[in-house]
Ligand binder design. Structure first.
Ligand code: CA
Length: 224
């Protein structure tokens, strides 16, 4: 899952980036409103965390409004130092999905990120399931047929993205955009290489393959 963080306090932004990366998210950071607004409009993210007060001509709420006007429905968590009922209401009215007041505990931010990334239409909880494969997105444990499987951070992120879209054919480009951040060193065959690693662990030792290839296009995970 790829997250855009727009926050002008460098120290806080960098600490949040590190904390979210520990949770296996790919994180792009922007330190100002104009640059952040351009990224929000032009790149694909699964979630955005946007500070309310930002330098530049776009503050956090204007970015959210602009996105919603352009029919970009990516979930947004707004961070703010303002904490009156009126401020919270303005924040939610602008189209933000959730609102967190500074200072906050890191664990609370992480819990809200998990909640926003759950896709309500699929009724996905913290444990994703495809066939006999299970992925726990809070403990980062993968299990197939009850057997524990050790994954690296990138393998986990890739498997999570596939499992959040069960049965859906995902292009290599979309996989790249959701699993790797903007600054990552990506080679043309990076996705293939990681799919191969994953197959070695979650498919090879078992009878039935779950990861399927659409040659020249991409991949999907499915039990059928
Ligand atoms: Ca700020």
């Amino acid at each position: 899952m790829r997250i855009l963080l727009i926050e002008d306090e460098h120290k806080l932004a960098n600490a949040l980036k590190r904390a979210l990366e520990r949770e296996h998210y790919a994180v792009d950071v922007s330190y100002d409103g104009d640059d952040g607004c351009a990224m929000a409009m032009n790149e694909k993210y699964d979630l955005m965390i946007i500070d309310r007060m930002l330098p530049g001509s776009h503050d956090g709420l204007e970015i959210v409004k602009a996105m919603r006007d352009k029919k970009i429905h990516t979930p947004v968590l707004v961070l703010t130092a303002m904490n009156t009922v009126g401020d919270r209401i303005t924040g939610l009215d602008s189209g933000a999905d959730d609102y967190l007041t500074k200072p906050f505990a890191l664990q609370e931010l992480q819990a809200r990120v998990r909640a926003l990334l759950r896709r309500p239409e699929a009724h996905l909880g913290n444990i994703l399931t495809v066939g006999d494969l299970e992925l726990d997105t809070t403990t980062y444990e993968a299990k197939r047929a009850g057997q524990m499987i050790q994954l690296t951070a990138k393998e986990f992120a890739l498997l999570e993205y596939l499992m959040r879209n069960p049965g859906r054919l995902l292009s290599k480009e979309s996989i790249m955009n959701h699993v790797w951040d903007y600054d990552a060193d990506i080679l043309p065959n990076t996705v293939e290489v990681y799919i191969k690693y994953l197959r070695e662990k979650i498919d090879k030792p078992f009878k039935k393959p779950l990861i399927h290839t659409a040659r020249g296009f991409g991949y999907k995970i499915s039990d059928v």
